[in-house]
Design a protein around this ligand. Structure first.
Ligand code: 1HE
Length: 264
């Protein structure tokens, strides 16, 4: 169903909602979904204004590619302050994804390059179709990542692999990206959206407190010393289990009313 209100007026994003899952599609196919200043602003607006009925989001790209990265036609010479603020506007938008209200699945096909890979890296789950490929052409363009890539991408694939991609222009195909840790799921062409929606539906059915803990506590615990991390974990565990929803879910399992853990 089309979304009404503020989100409906975002012309660079096509937005629709089915039950608790919102689908946000980058919608500049003629420019291979290159991220202009306007698109960064709309991504930020969308993620800080998600309706309360939304419990998970799927992000995909219209046309033959997920995203060609920074809109190079807007790469004007800026003074130091302006350039930093430009990069910070990307950080704000992608932080609104990573540390937002609900988990996000990126469905990747075709080019996932530069800022497109930075965007994908801010999402919790990445699904790659056969056609997906990953590159960081900033090296060829004479620039550097500015959308959080140097923080997020090494945490997925390791510093050595990212260094190689940036210095040699190496491009990873979907299987290589999978093996390197860039994505969690690999599907055939045309199957990404259905997979992304199915995963989003599973995530939407979780306790909101669990989703919150995984999104907001886990990445921070990973940054802490083991001693601080263990203590933060205990605090988060205590907060999560002391909710009526957790109590009801535990009771349901003990009464044989909840699903068991099974293979696939
Ligand atoms: C663009 C952009 C763009 C396409 N900015 N206009 N990103 C890059 O260095 C990637 C540059 N793009 C490409 O390598 C290719 O376009 C693709 C592999 C993504 C797609 O190829 P293809 O053959 O399907 O399309 P195309 O013919 O190259 O492009 C179609 C149109 O989109 C064309 O414009 P037209 O007016 O001639 O039709 C292209 O100019 C335009 N287009 N990509 C502007 N990126 C916060 S820092 C982040 C830093 C970065 O992201 S650097 C990496 C930038």
């Amino acid at each position: 169903t089309p979304v009404t209100g503020l989100l409906a007026s975002l012309d660079l994003l096509a937005i629709s909602q089915a039950d608790a899952v919102l689908h946000i599609q980058l919608n500049r196919p003629a420019k291979r979904n290159a991220i202009s200043d306007g698109l960064v602003a709309q991504i930020h607006t969308a993620f800080v204004n998600l309706p309360e009925t939304v419990k998970a989001v799927v992000v995909s790209g219209a046309g033959a590619h997920f995203c060609a990265g920074l809109d190079l036609s807007e790469l004007v010479e800026r003074d130091m302050k302006g350039a930093i603020l430009h990069s910070r506007s990307w950080h704000a938008a992608f932080d609104a994804i990573q540390f937002g209200t609900v988990p996000v699945v990126a469905v990747l096909h075709g080019a996932v390059v530069g800022g497109g890979l930075e965007l994908a890296a801010a999402c919790q789950i990445r699904v790659a179709e056969d056609s997906a490929y990953f590159g960081l052409p900033e090296g060829q363009r004479g620039i550097f990542v500015g959308g959080g890539g140097s923080v997020r991408i090494p945490r997925l694939m390791g510093t050595a692999r990212m260094t190689d991609m940036m210095l040699t222009g190496r491009v990873y195909d979907a299987d290589e990206g999978d093996r390197a840790g860039l994505v969690q799921y690999r599907v055939r062409d045309g199957e990404g959206l259905a997979k992304g929606i199915a995963l989003a539906q599973k995530m939407a059915a979780n306790s909101p407190m669990t989703a919150f803990a995984v999104m907001h506590a886990l990445p921070r615990i990973v940054e802490q010393s083991p001693s601080e991390g263990l203590f933060t974990e205990s605090l988060m565990a205590a907060a999560a289990s002391n909710t009526p929803e957790a109590q009801a879910r535990l009771r349901a399992f003990l009464e044989g009313k909840a699903a068991k853990v099974t293979k696939s």
